[in-house]
Each structure stands twice: as structure tokens, then as C-alpha cells.
Write a protein that binds this ligand. Structure first.
Ligand SMILES: Cc1ncc(COP(=O)(O)O)c(C=O)c1O
Length: 394
């Protein structure tokens, strides 16, 4: 089977429809045999052939393609405005596949200097051993990103915006120009914003990365990842590597993410409403030294965020007066905010990045402040969240 034969779902009849309509309908048409409005979970590894090579709809083997995954990939491509999307077993599996598709040993990548710890670890401990070097630069400083590029050697400029966990903001449009001038691709990890709040491909990015574990899935019940690409040549390379490496999303996981995406818009609106209430409560609280949220006018990336995001998202970080010990105590006292890693689910989570999600960058340039607490603000009753924080802050 060539890559051209891999099933890609129906052509998108909702291309000009609104985001919510695309989220609910794109990528799948009611099942021809039964009319089922939701794609079945095709728990099958292989497909009966009508004579040797006589594939039905192009399906041959579920690493190469599976109809439930095809539906998710069609939906993601429609939501991000890409030519094609690819679903993986995790966000990091998606990232690794992209690096192998776009780079070769000897190549170089520019990373955010406060990238998600797992992304940094992937580059520092896995890609580097494979011969792909990296340099870290602050996403908000265009000159330092430009200076970090090695002309002719840098293949990818990697952007997270907002970043995890310091919520720095990078200017997607400006960084796309810088990357393209140097012959590199701009990759945007859109996990924190989700396609509802931010559309990197429309702003000039070449590839969007997702940990679909987060807002896309939205219910903390699945681990998954995705790549969405803007051009067919990159799509071909990713398609080949997705099948050749094989870190694909299984059918049940694909189904969960697809179900989550249908409600992404309404969930994101409530995440943003609640985050704004939380930010208002924390600002000026005597136990809080600093609140970090791109929606605050004093946030250094506020103007760029206001230009490229619909709203400012559900992630809030803050620095606790009294240092690390107090920050840890706040995390442990919270009850409605569950102490745990991850983010983007309907339930609120609280964590200490220095000891939890970002422990892998301790002692590096990417180390995060020890008094930092990160909140993933869920969609519970806002008053209950404020009361819980009040109690936790003591
Ligand atoms: C911004 C960001 N990118 C990528 C990842 C990696 O995704 P996964 O945990 O699904 O492998 C994470 C995980 O927390 C993340 O927060």
C-alpha cells in the first residue's frame, strides 16, 4: 500500500462551517451500513481482503490505518485547518515521530527555554543520542530565537505558546517568518491553547503538535498525541514515519479523543471563565507573590496573546509567598483542586512543577522556580474553586 492509498476519511463537507459544527461533524459520516452517528470502535488488527490486494476502503492492517483513528485524524485536521492529521499513542510519541520525519543525524532544533519537561528530556536524552542537537531560547525573545538558529543546519524551530508551566507567549506569525527565512519549519505545540483558542497553521506554522491527553481529550481518561500539518510534502514524510515507527493511537483511545473534541468549544469557554475568576481571586492575595496568566494586561506576552488567541485559556501559575515549603503546603491542602500531574481535564488540578512535571529539568537552564504552583482550572462551580484556594492558601 502506498501512502496515497491510506484512508483519509471523507472530504470535509464542513470546511466553511463554524468551529463547533466542525468539532461535532468533521471526519466522519454516519456509518453506511447502520447509520450509526458515532464511529464504532473498530477493535480489529486486520481486514478481510476481496482477493489479494483487494482492500475495502484502503484498510489493510491497523498500524497503517484504522477507521476509528481515521475519523479522529479527519476531525483534527478540520479543527486545526491542516491538510492532514496523524494520531499517536502519546504527545511524546507524536513529537519523536516528527523529529525523525523532519530531521537526520547532524541536524539542529531550537527549543523554548521553558519547554514542557518531557519535551526537553526527549531532545536532551533521546534525540541528542541520535545526533540531533538543540539550543534553547526564550519564545518571547525573537532576537534570541533568531540567534539560536544555525543556518542550513536548523530544521525545526519549536514553539510552545503559552509555555508549560510559565505561560510565556511566543509570536507565531513572527516566528514563522524567522524559521522560514532560515529554511526551517515552525512547529507549534498547541496543547495549552487547543485549536479552539489558537490556530497556529493559519498564522504560518507548518506543524501543530498536541498532547491530546489534555484539552482535546478533556476528561483525563486517555493518553494520546497528534500532529497536524499544513503541506502535503511534510504530510507524506510524517505518514511514512507514523506507519514505519508504529506509535499509533489505538481505536478506543482514538474514540475517546474524538468524543472529547465534540465538546471542546463549550469546555474551553468554561475553563476560561473559571480561570479568570481564579486569577481575580489570587491577584493581590497576601499569600501570593505573583500571578502568571496571559490574560493579565501586565503579562509581558499579553498583547501578542490577545492578537493570536481567542481567549487566554484555563492554565494559571502563581508564585507563593514563603518559598518552596509554602508552595508544597498549598498543593497538599487543596481538595477540590486534585493534586496531580497533567492538565486540561474537566476537573481542576494543582501541582508543584519543580517537584512534579518539571523535575526532569532540575539543574538545567529550564529549571522552574521552586515557589511556583500550576493550576489546571477545571469546569466545576467557580465559587467552590475559590473557596478551595482560599483554604489551601491558609
Ligand atoms: C505542552 C505539552 N506538550 C507535550 C506533552 C507530552 O504529551 P504526553 O504526556 O501525551 O506524551 C505534554 C504533557 O504534559 C505537554 O504538557
Amino acid at each position: 500500500m502506498t501512502q496515497d492509498d491510506v484512508p483519509q476519511g471523507p472530504a470535509d463537507p464542513f470546511a466553511t462551517a463554524g468551529f463547533e459544527t466542525r468539532a461535532i461533524h468533521a471526519g466522519y459520516e454516519p456509518d453506511a451500513a447502520t447509520g450509526a452517528v458515532i464511529p464504532p470502535i473498530y477493535a480489529t488488527s486486520t481486514y478481510r481482503q476481496d482477493g489479494v490486494g483487494g482492500l475495502r476502503g484502503g484498510y489493510e492492517y491497523s498500524r497503517s490505518a484504522n477507521p476509528t483513528r481515521t475519523a479522529l485524524e479527519g476531525n483534527l485536521a478540520a479543527l486545526e485547518g491542516g491538510v492532514r492529521a496523524f494520531a499517536f499513542a502519546s504527545g511524546l510519541a507524536a513529537e519523536d515521530t516528527l523529529v525523525r520525519a523532519a530531521c537526520a543525524p547532524g541536524d539542529h532544533v531550537v527549543l523554548p527555554d521553558d519547554a514542557y519537561g518531557g519535551t526537553y528530556r526527549l531532545f536532551a536524552r533521546v534525540e541528542q543520542a541520535w545526533g540531533v542537537e538543540h539550543t534553547s531560547a526564550p519564545v518571547a525573545d525573537l532576537d534570541r530565537v533568531r540567534a539560536a538558529i544555525r543556518p542550513g543546519v536548523t530544521r525545526l524551530v519549536w514553539l510552545e505558546t503559552p509555555t508549560n508551566p510559565l505561560l510565556n507567549v511566543g509570536d507565531i506569525e513572527a516566528l514563522a517568518v524567522i524559521a522560514h527565512d532560515a529554511g526551517a519549519l515552525l512547529v507549534v505545540d498547541n496543547t495549552f491553547a487547543s485549536p479552539y483558542l489558537q490556530q497556529p497553521l493559519a498564522l504560518g506554522a507548518d506543524v501543530v503538535v498536541h498532547s491530546t491527553t489534555k484539552y482535546a481529550g478533556g476528561h483525563s481518561d486517555v493518553v494520546g498525541g497528534a500532529l497536524v500539518v499544513r503541506d502535503t510534502e511534510v504530510a507524506e514524510r510524517v505518514a511514512f514515519h507514523q506507519n514505519a515507527i508504529g506509535a499509533v493511537a489505538g481505536p478506543f483511545d482514538s474514540w475517546l479523543v474524538l468524543r472529547g473534541l465534540k465538546t471542546l468549544a463549550v469546555r474551553m469557554e468554561r475553563h476560561c471563565d473559571n480561570a479568570e475568576r481564579v486569577v481575580g481571586f489570587l491577584t493581590g492575595h497576601p499569600a501570593v507573590d505573583q500571578v502568571i496568566y496571559p490574560g493579565l494586561p501586565e503579562h509581558p506576552g499579553h498583547t501578542v496573546a490577545a492578537r493570536q488567541m481567542r481567549r487566554f485559556g484555563g492554565m494559571v501559575s502563581f508564585r507563593v509567598a514563603g518559598g518552596e515549603e509554602q508552595a508544597l503546603a498549598v498543593c497538599e491542602r487543596a481538595r477540590v483542586f486534585t493534586l496531580g500531574e497533567s492538565l486540561g481535564g474537566v476537573e481542576s488540578l494543582i501541582e508543584h512543577p519543580g517537584r512534579m512535571t518539571h523535575a526532569s529539568v532540575a539543574g538545567t537552564d529550564l529549571e522552574v522556580p521552586s515557589d511556583l504552583v500550576r493550576l489546571s482550572v477545571g469546569i466545576e462551580t467557580a465559587d467552590d474553586l475559590l473557596a478551595d484556594l482560599d483554604r489551601a492558601l491558609g
